[in-house]
Design a protein around this ligand. Structure first.
Ligand SMILES: Cc1cc2nc3c(=O)[nH]c(=O)nc-3n(C[C@H](O)[C@H](O)[C@H](O)COP(=O)(O)OP(=O)(O)OC[C@H]3O[C@@H](n4cnc5c(N)ncnc54)[C@H](O)[C@@H]3O)c2cc1C
Length: 424
């Protein structure tokens, strides 16, 4: 037997289910391509404002490929606003300093203040985290939201914007096809984005001439070579190395960066030895890392994506899909998170997605372009050869352990403008 309130609850559930499948989708359902850092942060940012979100992911499950990420306070504050602070504190690690080792130097030239100093200066920690752990934190948070849905195993999508809005067709790997009418579509599908190339007719990603050689090494094998409360940055002629710990996993994340020409597009691949310039092998610490990694390296070609068109009508781009950059300022994921922190509230409150995307693009592009330039310039500085490296070292040493807190305050002190944050 059903009572009056039960009947009305059933009816309202039926109505909302029907609406969810048709009119409501058109009014305020947003589709996102890519369940990466950008896509899941975007979903949380939209869901917080009551928007229904469907994430289309090409793989069968959340991707955990890759190793470590440094997450700076500008990004961390946005993640904290999404309620993730406690989970990130458990999963990540706030390294105290970055020890900088010029070529063959046994002790650090300088130790730049990081975790606690950043928290004091910018209101959030600077942390390092394994990519799989960050994905896990984001995925768990998304799963707790009834208004976020994941569709894995997506083969392709196509769409058409018209006067009545947007018509989207999604084809799955099992052959099924789904047609729908979302309010907007966000391409968070990474550096080789189909949304950028196919839907917005934008450019392919370009190989940057840099390779990242990545490995995870047991902490016990490197504890005598680094201070594992800190991150370490080693500079050498034509290469550099970054190392930081993942204490919960008992490993140290290593990434060595070198230059290399490629004659064809290359996906990340497993290799036994990194091709470090000859001089690198005369450095004890570099040799120790290569030995400790015991052949377990990933050769990771670095691609960059540059386009000034981040949207067209109700379709827009965020994260690497819009602006994949060199990782030499450790800001690719941070910029993706910032994108989501800005675009989420804009799309949630705007009656017209095009206006939201236009505001987002004009606010974000100057900042992201400046970060892209800073990252590229760091690559040149880190790889300087003798005698130029001597001047670099003198300048860095003279600046002292806290100068970067002022010099890079424009990156780390960023706040999403409150005018964009206003709820709908
Ligand atoms: C060596 C290295 C070190 C780095 N270190 C840092 C760092 O310390 N700090 C930092 O902030 N950044 C760092 N970055 C950059 C950072 O990894 C990227 O900027 C970030 O992962 C971008 O996130 P994203 O979600 O835009 O793209 P991705 O992480 O690439 O996610 C894209 C998602 O879209 C999916 N997808 C792709 N195509 C489709 C499709 N057609 N349909 C459906 N789904 C699709 C993919 O499967 C994936 O799940 C580093 C990068 C590298 C290479």
């Amino acid at each position: 037997m059903t009572t009056g309130p039960q009947v009305s609850r059933q009816v309202s559930r039926q109505v909302s289910r029907t609406l969810a499948n048709s009119d409501l989708e058109q009014v305020r359902t947003i589709y996102i391509a890519g369940a990466g850092i950008a896509g899941m942060t975007m979903a949380l940012s939209l869901a917080k404002s009551g928007i229904r979100v469907v994430i289309l992911e090409q793989t069968a499950q959340i991707q955990t490929e890759g190793a470590g990420l440094q997450i700076s306070p500008n990004a961390r504050k946005i993640l904290n606003d999404l309620g993730l602070d406690d989970a990130l504190k458990t999963a990540g690690f706030a390294t105290k300093e970055i020890d900088i080792y010029p070529f063959r130097r046994p002790t650090p030239l300088i130790s730049l203040k990081m975790g606690p100093a950043m928290e004091k200066a910018f209101g959030a920690q600077y942390m390092v985290i394994h990519r799989a752990d960050l994905s896990d934190v984001l995925f768990s948070a998304c799963r707790k939201r009834a208004n976020i849905e994941f569709q894995f195993g997506v083969r392709s999508f196509d769409m058409q914007a018209h006067q009545k809005g947007l018509s989207l067709t999604v084809e799955n790997k099992d052959g099924s096809v789904h047609n729908t009418r979302p309010f907007a579509f966000v391409g968070a599908d990474g550096v080789h984005s189909m949304t950028r190339r196919k839907i917005l007719a934008g450019p392919d990603a370009q190989y940057s001439n840099y390779i990242a050689w990545r490995a995870l090494v047991p902490t016990s094998l490197l504890k005598d070579h680094f201070n594992l409360n800190n991150s370490s940055l080693m500079w050498g002629p034509g290469f550099h190395v970054i190392a930081y710990p993942h204490p919960t996993r008992h490993v140290v994340n290593i990434a060595m960066f070198t230059k290399e020409k490629l004659s064809r597009k290359l996906n990340p691949q497993t290799v036994t030895t990194p091709s470090v310039p000859k001089a690198g092998l005369s450095c004890k610490r570099v040799k120790a890392i290569i030995n400790a990694a015991e052949g377990g390296w990933k050769k990771w070609p670095l691609y960059a994506a540059k386009t000034s068109q981040w949207f067209k009508g109700p379709v827009g781009l965020i994260g690497d899909a819009a602006h994949a950059m060199l990782p030499y300022q450790a800001q690719g994921a941070a910029m993706a998170i910032e994108d989501a922190g800005v675009l989420g509230p804009l799309l949630a409150k705007s009656t017209d997605p095009q206006t939201a995307f236009a505001t987002y693009q004009s606010h974000r592009q100057p900042r992201v372009n400046k970060v892209v330039k800073t990252s590229a310039s760091n690559g040149n500085i880190y790889h300087l050869e003798w005698p130029f490296s001597i001047f670099r070292d003198i300048v860095v040493s003279a600046q002292g352990p806290t100068a970067h807190l002022q010099r890079l305050a424009w990156i780390y002190g960023y706040e999403v403008p409150s005018v964009y944050k206003t709820s709908p």
